[in-house]
Design a protein around this ligand. Structure first.
Ligand code: SF4
Length: 396
């Protein structure tokens, strides 16, 4: 029995999730992109029907916070008018799909433009094909998802997905079950993806309505024909100018509606990414907008902090204010995970250093998760800060 609540379902726009600051409404951008008009509509809806705070999720979705039961229907009407709402909850729940933001040159500057145009058109077509195929999939767990990572080299390897569409070194498409080093050649994407999902269900991938592909593969259960390795993955990119646009970061993946308004006013397509960054397609320079981070060395980008108090009802302490206090004192290259409780939503895996709020101060965990055994317990915010500020203090 855990001390925190495991929900086992993912919020959407039509099925919002209650939180400490009202309903959280999650928008899954169609085709993984927003037109400037759609981005502006989301910003306006956030101000009008929510509390003006917008999150970017680890699955490249946007979340409007502070929505009320009374404002939710009007919010849905406004977003539906801009093509941002699925026809029903079932369709919305199925659309668990991350698309690479780099569809022209994969962001690496290595690809001839002609190949980039081919990839752009092909990625759009594949996204439409896979989106349509979702309706024919077997019933899958709520968190089961797909990644369309169809640039010359995969870039979404670290993002959460169960079935990945990637390219092998020779440029051909493969379908790779998460957790396995190689995939099957793709003959017909819709048919092949449905077959792999069917295989997952038939192979015992689901227990009590839950299950992930990597867990099944870790049990040594792998679909047949997975013999083609993907091309060497690209590292997760940082903020900055890329060959086809500007990648801009948001502290903790959160922005005010004003920030999204300003980004929309640039007049470019915006592609949300799973890296707490937005890709502004075709922007020739880095935008100077309050709330937007363009310097890769900004230390706030090296801190992962969940929502924490007061917005999360399960939080036992505030996380982001502490993160902003600690950021200037991190040594170069140091990373930090701050969690509002032992659940560790923002970084479920181990981190070199984790600070977990306990309600009796903060615990400090080295090389572990938010719920692993701490090496120091009951620290005050000031004790953590004093240690970091102390001259010649070793890193925490
Ligand atoms: S880890 Fe953070 S966001 Fe997750 S339940 Fe705990 S306080 Fe809330």
């Amino acid at each position: 029995m855990t001390a925190w609540e495991i929900k086992g379902w993912c919020p959407g726009a039509l099925r919002p999730m209650p939180s400490g600051d009202g309903l959280v409404v999650r928008i899954r951008p169609p085709m993984g992109r927003l037109t400037p008009a759609q981005a502006a509509a989301i910003a306006t809806a956030s101000e009008t029907h929510g509390n003006g705070i917008i999150d970017l999720s680890a699955r490249a979705n946007l979340q409007l916070r502070g929505v009320t039961e009374a404002s939710h229907p009007r919010l849905i009407d406004d977003l539906r008018a801009h093509g941002l709402i699925d026809p029903d909850i079932e369709t919305e729940t199925l659309r668990n799909l991350i698309v690479t933001p780099f569809r022209e040159t994969e962001g690496a500057g290595e690809t001839p433009k002609s190949f980039g145009r081919k990839i752009l058109a092909e990625t759009d077509s594949l996204t439409a094909t896979l989106t349509a195929a979702l309706a024919q999939m077997p019933k899958l767990p709520a968190k089961f998802g797909f990644a369309l990572d169809t640039g010359p080299r995969p870039v979404l390897t670290g993002a959460s997905a169960d079935i990945r569409v990637e390219r092998s070194a020779d440029g051909s498409l493969i379908l790779r079950p998460d957790g396995h080093p190689s995939g099957q050649p793709v003959t017909d994407l819709a048919t092949d993806a449905i077959a792999m999902a069917d295989w997952f269900v038939a192979s015992g991938g689901i227990a009590n309505g839950r299950g992930r592909m990597a867990a099944l593969v870790a049990r040594g259960i792998v679909p047949s024909g997975c013999t083609l390795a993907p091309a060497e993955p690209l590292p997760t990119p940082g903020p900055g100018l890329h060959p086809d646009g500007a990648l801009v970061a948001l502290a903790f993946g959160q922005m005010r509606a004003e920030t999204l308004h300003a980004l929309a006013a640039l007049g470019h397509e915006i592609r949300p990414t799973p890296w707490r960054m937005l890709f502004v397609v075709g922007a020739p320079t880095l935008p100077a907008i309050p709330g937007v981070i363009t310097a890769p060395a900004d230390p706030i980008l090296r801190i992962t902090a969940c929502t924490g108090a007061p917005a999360c009802p399960q939080a036992l302490g505030d996380t982001r204010r502490l993160a902003r206090q600690l950021a200037p004192h991190l040594v170069p290259g140091q990373t930090l995970h701050i969690s509002g409780c032992a659940k560790g939503c923002a970084h479920p895996g181990p981190a070199p250093l984790t600070i977990t709020a306990t309600g009796k101060g903060y615990d400090l965990i080295r090389n572990g998760t938010a719920h692993d055994t701490p090496s120091l317990t009951g620290l005050s915010r000031q004790a953590i800060l004093d240690h970091l500020k102390a001259p010649h203090a070793p890193p925490l």
